[in-house]
Design a protein around this ligand. Structure first.
Ligand code: DOR
Length: 414
């Protein structure tokens, strides 16, 4: 049995308290307990619904071992991995290969998505992902099938025809012009209208526009099971950060103008978005150093993530609510007994200590060796991470690659 006292991340805010762990579960939470270790801050393990761990034919960008270590060391204990691999996860054989690779190499627990048009009934395949290029097709069958199997349809909502007709640009700073807002508006309207017809569970991935969050809210008011994610970079950065971010500014959907960012953040504060995600998308340093036209889009995020998030909250650049949108909310969405410090939940704990440090490339586990956090002075550091009651990380991983398992879908409340 272990117990810690310190500030606990609870649904209402940080509160001085103690947490006791027995076996793989949280046994109790109490204001005071005798004989516990004093620590600075205790969070539940975070749950990221949208990451790209790579592997398979893209190991030069990252693999389950490198990227899940970035997650673990950043305090993220469950990840849901996107299916745009090489090969695409659009058939049972590719899904099986990916499950094997993740089971062999992952440091954290995981769930997988399949790629359009394949919807799998497997318990660890939580939903089907629809990418902009898939939106050239008739989506009715996929929505119908997902609805029958109780799986979620996750849409990267950018209309491919609008993207095709957009201005062609050759300067990184103009990336938002190449992905107009209209592309998101049209794709969101279409996805919601189809979900309404088939009663599907729909999630709009990385919403960038206030109007997207409003549309999702309106659909919910009509009784639809529609949810919206927001990505960290769309809340924190705008087109004014293009020079500072360099090649990380190229991400899809794009980082938009400062007014949109401000409004999006305000809507998040008012509770319009359901989940925070990183959309962690590593590419090799060589790939990201190519010209604007040739470099792939994506931002890696997972390393040092919880220290960074807590700091953003302390500085007032993000509301406290985002921590819940990255733990409690996604865990309960997936029906997992995780993501909050309550008795009976699996003991995924992240202990942070106060320490001033500056992340350098050698501190990062991601193979991308890049992050928007690099070079920023951080005031918190991950001290230890417990996964299912076991100490999994302390400065270095304590467990081996392969410790991560498919997050238990027997726990899902469907
Ligand atoms: O910027 C992005 N990168 N957007 C996506 O939709 C895919 C992702 C990736 O896989 O690199």
């Amino acid at each position: 049995m272990v117990c810690f006292c310190g500030k606990l991340m609870l649904p209402t805010g940080f509160l001085e308290s103690c947490v006791e762990v027995e076996g793989n579960e949280i046994r109790s939470i109490a204001k005071r307990m005798e004989g516990c270790e004093e620590v600075d801050l205790i969070l539940p393990g975070m749950v990221d619904l949208h990451v790209h761990m790579r592997g398979m034919g893209q190991r030069h960008k990252g693999d389950w071992s490198s990227e899940s270590l970035a997650a673990l060391s950043g305090g993220v204990t469950v990840v849901a991995d996107m299916p745009n691999n090489v090969p695409r996860i659009d058939n049972p054989e590719a899904l099986r290969m990916k499950l094997e690779e993740a089971s062999r190499e992952s440091f954290v627990d995981f769930l997988l998505y399949t790629a359009y048009p394949y919807v799998s009934e497997m318990s660890w395949a939580i939903g089907v992902k629809v990418y902009p290029e898939d939106m050239r097709n008739d989506l009715r069958d996929v929505l119908r099938k997902a609805s029958q199997l109780g799986k979620e349809v996750v849409v990267h909502a950018e209309d491919p025809i609008v993207l095709m007709e957009a201005e062609s640009v050759d300067d990184l700073r103009d990336h938002p012009l190449a992905r107009p807002e209209l592309a998101e508006e049209l794709a969101v309207a279409r996805a919601i209208s189809l979900a309404m017809r088939y009663g599907s569970k729909l999630r709009i991935a990385h919403a960038t526009l206030p109007s997207t969050l409003a549309a999702v809210r309106e659909a919910r008011a009509k009784g639809l099971h529609v949810r919206a994610e927001v990505a960290l970079h769309h809340l924190l950065f705008s087109s004014e950060d293009a020079d500072r971010l360099g090649s990380l500014f190229k991400v899809n959907p794009p980082i938009r103008g400062p007014n949109i960012r401000r409004e999006l953040l305000k809507m998040v504060e008012f509770g319009y978005a359901d989940f925070l995600v990183t959309d962690h998308a590593p590419h090799s340093p060589e790939e990201k150093s190519k010209s604007y036209a040739e470099m792939p889009p994506g931002i890696p995020w997972l390393d040092a993530l919880t220290p960074f998030l807590v700091q953003c909250i302390e500085e007032g650049s993000l509301p406290y609510r985002v921590l819940l949108m990255y733990s409690l909310e996604p865990a309960s969405h997936l029906g997992l007994r995780r993501g909050s410090l309550i008795p009976g939940n699996l003991a995924d704990l992240v202990i942070l200590r106060r320490e001033i440090w500056v992340p350098r490339p050698e501190h990062l586990s991601t193979r991308a060796k890049a992050s928007p956090i690099l070079g920023r002075e951080l005031r918190w550091k991950v001290d230890r991470v417990f996964l299912r009651g076991e100490m999994a990380f302390q400065e270095h991983p304590i467990v081996s690659a392969g410790f991560g398992k498919p997050a238990k879908l027997s726990e899902v409340h469907q």
